[in-house]
Each structure stands twice: as structure tokens, then as C-alpha cells.
Write a protein that binds this ligand. Structure first.
Ligand SMILES: Cc1cc2nc3c(=O)[nH]c(=O)nc-3n(C[C@H](O)[C@H](O)[C@H](O)COP(=O)(O)OP(=O)(O)OC[C@H]3O[C@@H](n4cnc5c(N)ncnc54)[C@H](O)[C@@H]3O)c2cc1C
Length: 312
């Protein structure tokens, strides 16, 4: 049920310059992938340095399909945990690993000072292959969440799918699965990317109707390469609307204009989510800071005390 404050905010979003006078009460988190080379590592650290002063609630580092980035994910998360004051979260999947192996990875995170895991089932390394649990492994993300809670009292986030996960029998089964993950001990869901605010609001309503009270944070992907995003979107239950193709048409040779268009689309989505009461946003940064930084700025965030230096 929208409150008076929500309605006033919605009115203001329609009447005023879209981003004028936002209260700066949004909270953000940023997702990175583990770098493959020294050059990429520099790019990642530069992105973290740029985004840190915005005071993210946490930053997370992904885990490659089939555990292919096990060491790199660990090294990146451990470095963030030891060298910065930003809470670091490690993504962890159940693919091609026994429970003992996964538990050992989790224990190593706990020992490295990492207290937050993004717990995922993961996908098979062969793109599109149906998921098969390891014979001694966790069967799905809910099972993994329960297992991690036995290893240590981690804060746990899980994945949610506003447009339904492709493996789900139907949208209700998808919500039931999310509820199972929360009931197993997760305290937050981070959504797959999406481009329609209504789709997120409908999902949030369905989750609330199912008794899910944990926060559901929209995952925001600022898109500047539609073709690349489309390849990925097909596999993960997200649709790329046709208006997006039209907006990027003719911009192949105009990278700066493409960035501006990308920022505008993502910022507009965030503004509509904000008008619908969303205050927490998770950005898929692809290890680049500028788009996320610009959108956070429009949402009213300003750099505060740098969170980067842990201890002088
Ligand atoms: C925020 C976010 C971060 C991600 N990070 C990574 C990452 O770092 N590395 C990576 O490899 N992938 C990552 N992914 C992708 C994710 O691994 C895939 O989407 C994967 O296909 C599903 O993982 P899940 O944790 O959602 O699985 P689950 O929640 O276990 O469920 C997946 C699907 O299977 C169905 N299902 C689960 N259990 C059962 C059951 N017992 N019976 C019937 N159906 C069942 C569910 O309904 C659901 O549709 C991420 C996704 C998101 C949204």
C-alpha cells in the first residue's frame, strides 16, 4: 500500500526535473569480477578507488562458472577485506564441487575476515547445459545456504529473478524457491538485471504475498553494448526490450555517446525504482566505475569519507 510520502514522491518525480533534490538516502553496493591479468587488476582497483567514497554497503566479487575463478575470487575478496574498509562479499556456487570442498572454501573466507557470501547454485561450465549437482555436492542454492550457516554465521545474500529463472516450472515455483533460500538463512536477495521497473515491482509484490520479508535489491546493469548483453540475457532469464536496440541504433562508432545513452537508461530505471520506494541498489559494474558513479550521483549520493584506506 503506497503511503502519502510515496505518492508525494511519485508526484514530484512527474513534476520536477527528474533527479532534482533527491534526499541522498539511497544505499548502494557494487559487483565486480575477478581480474584475469595485471592490467585488468589495475582497472578493478581503480574502479574500487573511484566508487569507495560513495560508501557502498558492500562490494561483491563473482565466482566463475564451475569454480574456474576460485583462487582469483578469493585473492580479490581477501585483498578488499584486508586493504579497504568496505565490507567484501564473495560469490560462491555449488557447481562441480563436493560439500566438503565448498565448506573448505567458505572456511577460508571466514579466516580471511570475509563475513558475507553471495550463495548461488551456479551454472554448468558448458553454456546452456542443464544443471547437475555433484554427487556429494549441494543440490541448489537453498541447500548451499543451509550448509554455509553450519560453517560459520555468515551474512548471506542470494539471487532473485524478476523475470523468472529459466529452470523454474513457473513464476510461483521461482518465488517458492526464493522463500526456501531465505528460510534457510539468507537475509537479502539481489535480483538479476531487468529493464522494466513494473516487472520488479510485480516481483516484489509477489514475494511479499509469499511472506518474504527480506530485502530484495534490484540488480542494475548499465548497458552500453546491447549485442553482448543479449547473449548473456538469453541464458539467465532476462529480456532485452526492443526499444533498447532502437536507442543504441547508429551509435556503434560513437563510444562516448553510447556511454551517455547507457547512463541515461539506467538512471531513468533507478529513478523509477526510487519513486516506487526502492532505496537499495546493486550495480553490475563490469569492473568499470564511471557509469555506476554517474547514476549514484544522480540518485543523490555524494562522496564521503573515503572507505578505501583501512588503516593509515
Ligand atoms: C545477483 C546474482 C549474482 C550471480 N553471481 C554468479 C556468480 O558469481 N557465479 C556464477 O556462476 N553465477 C552467478 N549468478 C548466476 C546464477 O548462478 C544462475 O542464475 C544459476 O542458474 C542459478 O543460481 P541460483 O542461485 O539462482 O539457483 P537456485 O536458487 O538454486 O535455483 C535455480 C533454479 O532452479 C530451480 N530449483 C532449485 N532447486 C530446485 C529443486 N529442488 N527442484 C526443482 N527446481 C529447483 C529454482 O526454482 C530456480 O528456478 C548470479 C546471479 C545473480 C542474480
Amino acid at each position: 500500500m503506497p503511503t502519502m510520502a510515496d505518492l508525494e514522491e511519485a508526484r514530484r518525480a512527474l513534476d520536477a526535473p527528474l533527479f532534482a533534490d533527491l534526499a541522498g538516502d539511497a544505499k548502494v553496493s557494487f559487483e565486480f569480477f575477478p581480474p584475469k591479468s595485471e592490467k585488468m587488476e589495475e582497472q578493478l582497483w581503480s574502479a574500487i578507488q573511484t566508487l569507495a567514497p560513495l560508501g557502498p554497503r558492500f562490494v561483491s566479487v563473482t565466482y566463475g562458472a564451475g569454480g574456474s575463478t576460485r583462487e582469483r575470487t578469493h585473492a580479490t575478496v581477501a585483498r578488499i577485506a584486508s586493504e579497504t574498509a568496505i565490507p567484501a562479499a564473495a560469490h560462491l556456487t555449488c557447481v562441480e564441487a563436493s560439500r566438503d570442498e565448498v565448506d573448505e572454501i567458505a572456511r577460508a573466507y571466514w579466516e580471511a575476515g570475509v563475513r558475507h557470501i553471495v550463495a548461488l547454485r551456479g551454472d554448468m561450465p558448458q553454456a546452456g547445459a542443464p544443471f547437475e549437482a555433484h554427487p556429494q555436492g549441494y543440490r541448489n542454492a537453498a541447500d548451499l545456504v543451509a550448509g554455509l550457516k553450519k560453517v560459520a554465521p555468515f551474512e548471506i545474500s542470494v539471487a532473485a529473478y524478476p523475470e523468472c529463472h529459466p529452470d523454474s516450472a513457473n513464476p510461483q515455483a521461482d518465488i517458492d524457491n526464493l522463500k526456501a533460500k531465505i528460510d534457510a538463512g539468507a537475509t537479502r536477495a539481489i535480483s538479476q538485471f531487468f529493464f522494466s521497473p513494473e516487472c520488479f515491482f510485480r516481483f516484489r509484490d509477489r514475494a511479499a504475498a509469499a511472506g518474504i520479508t527480506a530485502e530484495i535489491v534490484p540488480g542494475i546493469l548499465p548497458v552500453s553494448n546491447v549485442a553482448q548483453t543479449r547473449k548473456f540475457a538469453g541464458l539467465c532469464g532476462a529480456a532485452i526490450p526492443s526499444w533498447m536496440d532502437r536507442l543504441f541504433e547508429g551509435l556503434d562508432d560513437h563510444p562516448a555517446a553510447r556511454q551517455l545513452v547507457a547512463a541515461t537508461i539506467a538512471a531513468e530505471l533507478c529513478r523509477k525504482l526510487y519513486a516506487g520506494g526502492v532505496r537499495n541498489f546493486h550495480f553490475y559494474t563490469l569492473n568499470r566505475a564511471e557509469l555506476a558513479y554517474a547514476i549514484c550521483h544522480l540518485l543523490g549520493l555524494r562522496p564521503g569519507k573515503a572507505a578505501l584506506e583501512k588503516a593509515a
